[in-house]
Design a protein around this ligand. Structure first.
Ligand code: CMP
Length: 145
């Protein structure tokens, strides 16, 4: 079970490259509403096939990206850690989550709603480009497997 949402008290965003270009004001504007969430080892943070309306950025811990193959097997396709983000694929495609993300350790993550992501993108259009390039890269990686 999660212990959040809880308001963020210190600023973890500079540790997250996606956000490192943002001005202090942009941080503060968005940060006020950001939820910090924690997940226990083994817990699913997002589930493949479910609708997704938020983006996660890992502040602490490692998580596995797991996909279901034809035939029902599950395969670990990536491992994510501090500073990485996930959940951009469902946000950008308006489709379901393309993988499950499972906490391999205790995870502390920021969860941004679609609305918060939109607001960040308005302030800093470069965020959209970063999200898009990761989306494309991960899409390709999954297709090539
Ligand atoms: P989304 O599909 O919304 O939810 C699952 C997330 O896992 C996905 O967004 C990506 O952020 C992430 N993901 C999927 N495939 C990969 C991959 N091959 N490498 C890294 N991350 C991935």
């Amino acid at each position: 079970a999660t212990r959040g949402p809880k308001k963020v008290t210190s600023n973890p965003l500079p540790r997250i490259p996606l956000f490192s270009q943002l001005s202090e004001e942009a941080f503060v504007a968005v940060l006020e509403e950001l939820a910090m969430r924690t997940f226990s080892p083994g817990e699913s943070i997002v589930q493949e096939g479910e609708p997704g309306n938020s983006l996660f950025a890992i502040v602490e811990g490692r998580a596995d990206v797991v996909r279901q193959l034809a035939g029902g097997q599950r395969r670990k396709v990536a491992s994510l850690g501090e500073g990485d983000f996930f959940g951009e694929m469902a946000l950008l495609s308006a489709g379901p989550r393309l993988a499950s993300v499972v906490a391999a350790e205790r995870i502390v993550a920021l969860e941004l709603t679609r609305k918060q992501v939109d607001r960040l993108v308005q302030l800093h259009p470069s965020v959209k480009q970063v999200l898009r390039s990761f989306h494309e890269e991960r899409l390709l990686a999954n297709v090539l497997r």
